[in-house]
Design a protein around this ligand. Structure first.
Ligand SMILES: [Zn+2]
Length: 66
């Protein structure tokens, strides 16, 4: 992997960089992907849309019965 402090190629299992002697977490490579966020947002919107549809249908039934 690449050291996040000095940018040099170091061992994948290294905990401390042998070049700059700083702690390496490997977090730089594990960047959060943006796609799951959008998927989550879309899922939430779909659920919200479903709830609105159900409420509309329920309202129609209530008004129809009156
Ligand atoms: Zn380093």
């Amino acid at each position: 992997m690449i050291c996040e402090h000095c940018g040099k190629e170091i061992d994948d299992n290294a905990v401390v960089c042998p070049y700059c002697e700083k702690e390496v977490t490997g977090a730089a490579e594990a960047l959060p992907e943006k796609e799951p966020f959008f998927t989550q947002k879309m899922k939430r919107q779909t659920i919200l849309l479903g709830v609105v549809c159900v409420l509309a249908v329920v309202c129609c039934f209530v008004f129809h019965l009156k």
